[in-house]
Each structure stands twice: as C-alpha cells, then as structure tokens.
Design a protein around this ligand. Structure first.
Ligand SMILES: Cc1cc2nc3c(=O)[nH]c(=O)nc-3n(C[C@H](O)[C@H](O)[C@H](O)COP(=O)(O)O)c2cc1C
Length: 352
C-alpha cells in the first residue's frame, strides 16, 4: 500500500481526488454473477451499494461498480456550481466503540493517525456538498450510466440550494436534470439547512420535507424516489417525518452523518473553521441500526410499502448481515468502502 490506504486520499484536496481518484491499488477478481435481487423495480446483482459521498464522478462510480458494488449513488449535485469547503475535509476520530445517545453533545477527539483495524475507522467530514455546473455533471452522469454492468443501478443524489429561490422547486429542478441525464433512481438529500423552519436540517421537519419530496415526485413521475435522512433522536418526530413523506416516496435511506463538535488534543477545531461536522464510519453503526430498525417497525405498523436502505458504520461483511437481518432491504457503505474497497467482493465470496 502507498502512503494512504483509502481510495480517497484525505491528505489531498477534494479537487485532486475528483481529478485523480480513486486510488485503488488492486482490483479484486471478477464476480460470476447474475441479477438475483430486485431493488426499486430493477433487477440487481446484490443489495449492496455505496451511498452519496465517496463516488465523486463517473470514474469513481465505474471503479466501484467493477469492485462489485451494485447500487451506486453519484455524490450529491446541485442546480448551481458550488465549490468545496477548503482542505482538509476529513480527519480520523480517536474515538473507538459505538456512539450512544448519552454521548450526544460531547466533543470528540480527532487524530491524524489511521487506525490499523478497519472496524476501528471513523472519520469526520465536511465538504459543503460541492457541485459542478449541471451541464458538466449531466455529461458525466451519462458516462457513468453507459459504463455500468448488468444488474447495477445508478442513483443520483440531489440537494436544493437555498439562494436559488423556492427550495422545493430547486430540488425538483435538480432531480429533473438528473433524470434527463440518465439517472435510474433519484435520491434527495434532506440534510440541508431548514430555511423555512429555521432550525436544524430539513429532514427533522415533517411538513417542509414532504413539501420537497412531493414537488420532486411530481417532477420525476415514475422514476423511483429515495429520501436520505439523518438521525432523528425523538421517535415521535421520526414517525411524523416518515408519515408525511410516505405518500410521495419509494424508499428511505437512513442515515446521514451525525453532527458533532470535533477537536484536536489542544481543543482547537479539527477541521479549521468548522467546529461542527458530520461523523461517520464505525462509531455510528449503533445509531444507524437503531434508527433503521425504528423505520422497519413504522413500516410494519403503518403498512407502508417503501424500501429501507441501511447506511452507517458498515465496515465488514458481518455488519452487512447485521443490517439485513433487521429486515432492511439494502445496505450501503461509505467510510467502509473507502478503506475496504474489496468489501463487496468479500461479501459475494462468503455467500457463494
Ligand atoms: C467522504 C464523504 C462524503 C459524503 N458526502 C455526502 C453527500 O454529498 N451527500 C450525502 O447525502 N451524504 C454524504 N455523505 C454521507 C454518507 O452518504 C453516509 O450517510 C455516511 O457517511 C454514513 O455512512 P458510513 O458510516 O458508511 O460512512 C458523505 C460521507 C463521506 C464519508
């Protein structure tokens, strides 16, 4: 291995990673496979994917497709070109073990030292959802779509930008542009500042989030729609959000990063200028499984028919099984897939 083990080089800028990545040392052998599962109406080879984030463009999508990830989410795009937050964008967490409810509000310690064991890797990240101009990402999405193999689907993640007028309309516009470019499925990232409710992120606001999902569904018609939500600590609130969105959506992807203050040993911000950022990787798996299970319970109770995608802390093949054993329909790994790009292949081999 070279100076970094991850396929995304956290010591380099977002732009360098966009242009030169992914940094994959060795591709695993080919899988012998045929589409045996169904995901949102598509015949797919497996129920495993990479969520919005690590797959920055078509080169990344196609590299991970060839590594055996079959549900591929193109990193969140916008209707307007937006730069990334300055480098550094990611740093490891010193914390080991799973984050629990009582840890919320505590500051976490960062480290530049990469844990040696995959199961101990957690990071914080802050990119600000950068995006190319729509014309550029539309061309790139076409390239990604053309290169995918049989039994693989391209999901495009979209977010609205508050200063582009009506936020719901901007989400809908972005989603339509992604469908025009060839997206099989649209995901909307609802972890976006709440410009209407004023507090927190859109995904905690049942009315505003469902205004957005409704507008997007109207714009994309029969193309399946996934909403990506973050952690909702209050179960009653989670039930309200799910209930309000259920009529407009085909799937829920749970969950996004958890928001924490992350500091260096001397108390300074680990990511300069951004005391608070999103943590992901191993430490969030407990919260991720807990919330996904809560959504499963709501689906059973209310007889919803949406698909549930479990995301958060999936580092090993055991973790994939942990999610699937909870009646979750599909599983995605971001941090795990960045430091263990052979995860999908390992999972396939174990199931042979
Ligand atoms: C490098 C990186 C970039 C990310 N960017 C996005 C993004 O653009 N949109 C989004 O919805 N989630 C984004 N995420 C969040 C992931 O999709 C995922 O919800 C989160 O990382 C938890 O999964 P994990 O523990 O497997 O990393 C990003 C995560 C990482 C690690």
């Amino acid at each position: 291995m070279s100076r970094h083990d991850g396929t995304y080089d956290i010591a380099s800028s977002y732009e360098d990673n966009y242009q030169k990545g992914p940094f994959i040392q060795e591709a695993p052998p080919q899988r012998v496979i045929s589409p045996t599962h169904t995901f949102l109406g598509f015949a797919v080879n497996s129920r495993l994917g990479v969520p919005a984030g690590p797959l920055l463009n078509a080169n990344w999508i196609l590299a991970y497709a060839s590594l055996g990830f079959d549900l591929l989410v193109y990193k969140t795009v916008r209707t307007v070109a937006t730069p990334s937050h300055p480098h550094p964008n990611c740093i490891f967490l010193e914390t080991k073990g799973l984050i629990k409810e009582q840890d919320f509000g505590n500051r976490l310690l960062a480290t530049t030292k990469q844990p040696s064991v995959i199961d101990e890797i957690s990071i914080t990240n802050s990119f600000g959802m950068p995006s190319r101009d729509p014309k550029m990402w539309q061309e790139d999405i076409q390239k990604a779509k053309r290169g995918l193999g049989k039994g693989q689907v391209l999901i495009v993640s979209v977010v609205g930008t508050p200063d582009q007028g009506n936020l719901a309309n901007d989400y809908a516009k972005g989603a339509s542009l992604a469908v025009d470019a060839g997206a099989d499925i649209i995901e909307i990232n609802l972890s976006c500042p709440n410009v209407v409710g004023g507090e927190g992120s859109v995904f905690t606001d049942p009315i505003f989030s469902s205004t957005i999902s409704k507008a997007v569904k109207q714009a994309i018609g029969s193309v399946p729609l996934i909403i990506k939500i973050g952690y909702v600590r209050d179960t009653t609130k989670l039930a309200e959000v799910v209930k309000a969105n259920a009529p407009h959506i085909d799937a829920i992807s749970s969950l996004n990063t958890l928001s924490f203050e992350v500091v260096n040993a001397d108390g300074s911000s680990a990511l300069p200028g951004r005391l608070r950022s999103g943590i992901c990787g191993s430490v969030i798996r407990g919260c991720a499984i807990e919330q996904a299970k809560r959504v499963v319970v709501l689906r059973q109770k209310e007889k919803y028919d949406f698909v549930i995608i479990g995301v958060g802390g999936v580092m090993t093949t055991d973790h994939i099984r942990q999610f699937l054993n909870c009646e979750i329909d599909a599983v995605m790994s971001a941090t795990g897939a960045m430091w263990n790009p052979h995860l999908a292949y390992q999972y396939w081999q174990e199931g042979k």
